[in-house]
Design a protein around this ligand. Structure first.
Ligand code: CUA
Length: 200
C-alpha cells in the first residue's frame, strides 16, 4: 500500500475545491451583488481598523474582576474612595459605580485636554456608559471592572448616559460630568491620602 505525503494531498483537495467552485454557474447579477457585499464587508472592516488604530476605539483588552455584591467593602470602590483622584505619577483616575438608576458619585469635575482613566463597576445589573464626543462607551458588566482612558477635548458639561437596558428606570439613568479648563482645575484634596490602586 502506498502512502502519499500529506501536503500534496491537501494541495490536491484545494485544487479540486477551486475547480468545483469555478464549475458552479454564478449568474451575472448574482456575481455583481457578491462583489458589492464583499466591498461593504471590506469597508466595515476598514472602518473598524481605522477606529482601533487612530481613534483608540478597542474592545476591552484586560479582564479584571470585582465582587459586585460587596463593593462597599471593597477598598477601591468603597464609597469614600469614589470620584476623581490623582495618583503619585500625576495620572487622573476616576472611579465610578453604576447602579439602578444612576452613576455614583452624582457629579464630578475633571480637567479638559488631559488623559483620564475611568474605572467603572456595576453594583447590580448590566449597565452601559456613553459619553458623547469622546471614545467613552463601554458595557459595565457586573463582576468586572471596565477601564477606559479618555480625553475630553474642551471644557463644558458632558452628558453621561446609560446605553444598556437595565430596567424600568433605564431612560432616566444619566448624569453630567463637568469638564473644566486644564489651568482652572484643581485636584480634589482627598487624592493624596488614599491612592486607590489596590488591585494592581
Ligand atoms: Cu443603567 Cu440602563
Amino acid at each position: 500500500m502506498q502512502t502519499e505525503p500529506l501536503k500534496p494531498k491537501g494541495e490536491q483537495l484545494l485544487r479540486d475545491f477551486v475547480a468545483q467552485l469555478r464549475a458552479i454557474h454564478i449568474d451575472q447579477l448574482e456575481r455583481k451583488w457578491i462583489t458589492i457585499s464583499l466591498l461593504v464587508i471590506g469597508l466595515f472592516v476598514g472602518i473598524i481598523t481605522i477606529d482601533a488604530f487612530f481613534h483608540g476605539v478597542n474592545p476591552p483588552s484586560k479582564v479584571e474582576t470585582v465582587d459586585s455584591a460587596s463593593l462597599h467593602l471593597n477598598k477601591e470602590f468603597a464609597e469614600d474612595n469614589l470620584g476623581v483622584q490623582v495618583d503619585e505619577k500625576g495620572n487622573v483616575i476616576v472611579r465610578m459605580v453604576a447602579g439602578r438608576y444612576a452613576f455614583f458619585p452624582k457629579h464630578i469635575s475633571v480637567p479638559a485636554e488631559t488623559p483620564i482613566t475611568l474605572r467603572w463597576v456595576s453594583m447590580d445589573v448590566l449597565h452601559g456608559v456613553h459619553i458623547p464626543m469622546t471614545n467613552m462607551s463601554t458595557m459595565i458588566v457586573p463582576g468586572y471592572v471596565a477601564e477606559i482612558t479618555t480625553t475630553f477635548p474642551k471644557p463644558g458639561e458632558y452628558p453621561v448616559l446609560c446605553n444598556e437596558y437595565c430596567g424600568m428606570g433605564h431612560n432616566h439613568m444619566w448624569s453630567n460630568i463637568s469638564v473644566i479648563a486644564k489651568e482652572d482645575w484643581t485636584a480634589p484634596v482627598k487624592s493624596a491620602a488614599k491612592g486607590g490602586s489596590t488591585n494592581e
